[in-house]
Design a protein around this ligand. Sequence first.
Ligand SMILES: Cc1ncc(COP(=O)(O)O)c(C=O)c1O
Length: 181
Amino acid sequence: MTDVEGRRYLDLLAGYSALNFGHGNRRLIDAAKAQLERVTLTSRAFHHDRFADFCTRLAELCGKEAVLPMNTGAEAVETAVKTARKWGYEVKGVPDGHAKIVVAANNFHGRTTTVVSFSTDHEARDHFGPYTPGFEIVPYGDLTALEAAVTENTVAVLLEPIQGEAGVLVPPAGYLPGCGS
Ligand SMILES: Cc1ncc(COP(=O)(O)O)c(C=O)c1O
């Protein structure tokens, strides 16, 4: 890549994982152009020949039963929050309105109003309230604190496998497997 001042860079950042194929990937640009010339966008109210195939192949690749394509990471997190809460009420039997999700301090999950409700970053959160309730914040990397925060109303634990905005924090060995048990 070359910036506006002529400095040259090796493209290694990959847009925080959103552009893992690199800047200006020729195959992707060609595929996108060909699609744009054919049909640009349809509402999800309409079927077309790309969506089902895309979902099927992505689900197979990830080993999942279903996928939900979203535009942003924040939307993905919002959907995870909704899905966990609904599961809590309809499957786990949590009393309506009482679901709790345990999150880590210094997290970054996006900038929507619900997501900043459980941020501890003043810049991301301050003066955007009133905030969405239902989140318990514990220190990142501390399994004891996490276990103590889990109650019968807990419907999910939401964590970054490696915290990014907090400073690229890799959790202690055993933390992530421990979160699932
Ligand atoms: C861990 C994590 N979750 C969510 C997001 C939000 O993604 P978006 O900016 O696409 O909403 C980011 C963005 O950097 C992120 O790093």
